[in-house]
Every structure is written in C-alpha cells, then in structure tokens.
Design a protein around this ligand. Structure first.
Ligand SMILES: Cc1cc2nc3c(=O)[nH]c(=O)nc-3n(C[C@H](O)[C@H](O)[C@H](O)COP(=O)(O)OP(=O)(O)OC[C@H]3O[C@@H](n4cnc5c(N)ncnc54)[C@H](O)[C@@H]3O)c2cc1C
Length: 380
C-alpha cells in the first residue's frame, strides 16, 4: 500500500561543519552568484530574482498551482512539492499496463472564475465533460440511472488527471520531491528548509497550500494562521485500484454508492482518452476510512474487494491490485474564513479545507490567496 499521509519528518538541524549545499532563491536585485564556502562549509548558490518580490508556494495541488499561476506575472514564484509530480489529490498512476486516476475522479464548476478556466481548458482540449452512464447503488442494487452530459457537467481531463496538472504547472518553477520541513523567519524574509537539508529563500511571502494538519505542522506556532490550520478537520479515504484481464460491463461507467464501505466506483476504460488496460477504481467512504485508517492494508483490500463484488453482483479476480491510503482526502464545507492571511508575518493559507473538499474550491482558494498576497505587496 502506498500512503499519502504526511506525518511531519524530524526537523533537520544543520550544524556548522556538516552544513550541506544551500540554495538561496533571492528576492532582491542580486544576480546569480556562487560563493565558495570557507573551511568545511560547502558552496552556497544565491539566485537573484530581479526586482520582483520572491514568493514561495508550498504544495503543487490545484490550490498551490492556481496561486502560483496567478502570481507568476508579478512575482518570482517558486513552488515546492514533496511528490514526484504535481497535482496532489488530482492523482494518476500507471502500473503493469494499467492506468488509474485514483484521487478525485471528476470535478464540477459553479463559480465564474473556475468556469472561465474550464472554458480555456476545454478550448485547449485538456478537459471535457464526462459523458458516462452514471448509477446510484444502495444495498448492493442499482436504485437510479442517468446519463451524464453537459448539464450539469462533470469534468475530467482527456487521457489522465496528470494532463491537467502538468498543464497548470507548465512554465512555473516547480521543485518536485522537495518536502519542506521548516520555515525560518530571517531579517530579509522567509527561508524554507527541506527535509534533505537544503535551504531556499529569502521569500517576501510564503503561501502554504497543503492539507490543514500538514500546514499546522509547518507554520510557526506564533503565527495566527497556525490556529486556523490546527482547528480544521479533514477526513481520510482509501482508493482501491484493480487491473482486469478482460473488460467488464456492470451496466454503468461510474457509480455513487450510498452505503457500506464504498462511496464511488468507476471503470477506467470509460474515461475519455483512457490509455491503459481494463480496470476499476473504488473509493471508500470517508467515515469508513477514518475508522480503519491504521488497519492492515490486506484487511482493507479484502473488505473493499468484497464490497465492490457485492455492488457489481459478481466475484472479481483482478490481475493487478493496489491500494492507496489518503490520510487527508476530503474536507467538510466551512463558512468563508477571514483568517487566511498573516499580512505582517508574510504568510498565507489556501487549499480545499479552507472552503470545501472539492477541486473547484481548492482552485478558487489559490486565486484568493494570490489576490491577498498581491494586495499586501502592492501596499508595501
Ligand atoms: C479519493 C478522493 C476523491 C475525491 N473526489 C472528488 C470529487 O469527486 N470531486 C472534487 O471536486 N474533488 C474530489 N476530491 C477532492 C479534491 O481532490 C481536492 O479537494 C483537491 O484536489 C485539493 O487540492 P489542494 O491543492 O487543496 O490539496 P492537494 O491536492 O492535497 O495538494 C497539496 C500538495 O501539497 C504537497 N505537500 C504536502 N506537504 C508538503 C510539504 N511539507 N512540502 C512540500 N509539499 C507538500 C502534497 O504533495 C500535495 O501535492 C477527492 C479527493 C480524493 C483523495
């Protein structure tokens, strides 16, 4: 089982003499320069950002990428993410000839700003409404059926979720496989320290775009934003991925499950532009995941497989089986929060949990954070 949980790593304390190479992305007018360290201290690279203020975004999910894109014209933005690719919970995985979108299976749009972005994405052929046979299942029986179309639209990227996030990340300075472990306040701004001991900065502003518990672990206790993040609630989920020897037709392409361990089932081949073998993704109910978060993965796999077989009305013999645990999958809807920017401290928060556990909410929270940071920087 792979795990998206992100317990905070031990903070790296860099002692004199053992200090590793340090990358500093500067906010001022200093050009790139290399300073050879004296004694045991290794070389330190200082990268100047011209006259634009330097802003760090921690997290390359929908929220962080939206914030970074909105800031990119006015600021020197660097995005940091602990994963190998951008997207966060807009997750895609290829294994043994199978391909799974195993995070958010689709998204909806209501706000004019997100609708405008979707219009651009549709025009570029990146996203499309998902025309699929949708069903609702209760007590292992189909209770409703309808065909999804344009209204209301349920959007999916064409091919794979990572197509969308790669598009959003294009042109940005995104440092992948870089888990930020600590923020340090310095006279010139914020310095970020990675788990590997690299240091980045100074940054005039840091936007923390990660799930609430992970944000609370990063934010200094003295910042008012710490309490905001620490008080937010998030829920877990498991994604079960099945590769099949032959296509399966249960009479629907995607199903909302109303009871039991599962909340969602979708057929991989029904997704527009699917690029792998026949397969299924089943997503657990959040409350069920929270009750079983630390259970043995084999037990979770067996329970979800049984529930899936019951919903489909047939036993399953997958040739590939994988499970992913999302410790922070979803966030309940909350009233608009006024406490997402610490203007004096140079910190801002965004992410779905600041509004609602949805891609649209995450994206909009990123735009809002960027607007608040720009307003603060303009105020001087
Ligand atoms: C199983 C599942 C089903 C879902 N279904 C739907 C759905 O049907 N419709 C819908 O709209 N939404 C759905 N969602 C929710 C949706 O995916 C999220 O609301 C949205 O993707 C959140 O985006 P985000 O940018 O706020 O956070 P994330 O996508 O979680 O991005 C946070 C990023 O921060 C990075 N990170 C964390 N800590 C650090 C650190 N210390 N240093 C560096 N990087 C760090 C992570 O690697 C991650 O990339 C679902 C989610 C899941 C998991």
């Amino acid at each position: 089982m792979t795990d998206s949980s992100t317990t905070r790593p031990a903070e790296t304390v860099i002692g004199a003499g053992t200090r590793p190479a340090e990358t500093v992305i500067g906010a001022g007018t200093r050009p790139a320069e290399t300073v050879m360290g004296a004694g045991t201290r290794p070389a330190e690279t200082v990268m100047g950002a011209g006259t634009r203020p330097a802003v760090a975004v921690i997290g390359a999910g929908a929220a962080g990428l939206a914030a970074a894109r909105a800031l990119a014209g006015a600021c020197a933005v660097t995005v940091f993410d602990k994963a190998r690719g951008p997207g966060g919970r807009l997750a895609h995985r290829r294994r043994e000839g199978f391909a799974f979108d195993f995070g958010a299976p689709f998204f909806t749009a209501r706000d004019p700003r997100f609708l405008a972005e979707l219009a651009r994405l549709r025009a570029a052929g990146i996203v499309t409404p998902w025309a699929c046979r949708f069903a609702e299942i209760e007590a292992a029986a189909i209770t409703h059926r309808r065909d999804w179309g344009e209204t209301p639209a349920h959007y999916v990227p064409v091919g794979r979720m990572s197509r969308l996030t790669a598009h959003w990340a294009a042109g940005l300075d995104v440092r992948q496989s870089c888990r930020i472990a600590a923020l340090h306040r310095m006279p010139a701004g914020w310095a970020l320290e990675s788990e590997a001991g690299e240091r980045f900065g100074p940054f005039a502003f840091v936007i923390v775009a990660v799930p609430a518990p992970q944000a609370a672990a990063l934010l200094p206790a003295a910042s008012p934003l710490h309490a905001t993040a620490a008080s937010a609630r998030m829920q877990g989920a498991f994604s079960l991925m099945l590769g099949l020897a032959a296509p399966l037709d249960p009479g629907f392409d995607a199903a909302l499950v109303r009871d039991g361990a599962l909340s969602w089932i979708s057929l991989c081949a029904a997704r527009p532009g699917h690029e792998g073998g026949p397969g299924l993704v089943a997503i657990s109910r959040n409350a069920w995941a929270d009750a079983h978060l630390e259970d043995d993965p084999a037990t979770i796999r067996a329970a979800m497989l049984d529930a899936l077989a019951a919903c489909l009305g047939q036993p399953l013999a997958p040739v590939h089986l994988d499970l992913h645990r999302w410790r922070y999958a979803n966030a309940p809807a909350v009233a608009a929060r006024p406490d997402l920017i610490d203007a004096e401290g140079g910190l801002a928060l965004c992410g779905d949990w600041t509004s609602q556990g949805k891609v649209e909410a995450a994206y909009l929270s990123g735009l809002d954070a960027a607007a608040a940071v720009l307003a603060r920087l303009a105020a001087g």
